[in-house]
Design a protein around this ligand. Sequence first.
Ligand code: G3P
Length: 220
Amino acid sequence: MKFFIDTANLDDIREAHDLGILDGVTTNPSLMAKEGIAGHDNVMKHYKAICDLVDGDVSAEVISTDFDGMVREGELLAQLDEKIVVKIPMIKDGIKACAYFSAQGIKTNMTLVFSPGQALLAAKAGATYVSPFVGRLDDISSDGLELISKIRHIYDNYGYETQILAASVRHAMHIINCAEIGADVMTGPFSAMLSLLKHPLTDSGLAQFLADHAKANGGK
Ligand code: G3P
């Protein structure tokens, strides 16, 4: 399973990349705003800075909600860097834009996906990635992971090549469950990736090893 980091924070992206576990980046307008990135030129510069930091795909979301606007924005984004994936909201014009970009060989990520039917449409439109939001479904007492399972089942039935990018991943168990189900990619904050590290037996075992080593070597 690929690990994408869901942030526009350059320090977090750099740190995850330096750890050697990062396969790509996803952003959205809220994450860009959180970093204080505003204005067309600054936004484009920031996407380019992210692309220069990582080796994998970088999802950059369009703001337009009509087909012509999405095409205009998406083409500009795609020209920035070959790593750019045009992220498109799951609305009617978004599906049309996705099919257009697929025909042009431009990578796409259909976002704000909350149902198997929406994921089926994304695959039909040739999306490179589909982004079902696990955490936001959990937030409303629905089952985000069940959606990932259903999409996996549907895509496997027909051999759709669209990659399931489990988004809105919040913690270690989301990541582990997504891997068990067979999501192609998960995207989440760096803290969620680091939480996979945690185990009390690792900490106590290491403390014991170091203590035994010190004792045997004349330390305390
Ligand atoms: O980028 C889309 C998604 O990953 C957002 O996550 O935590 O805001 O629901 P979250």
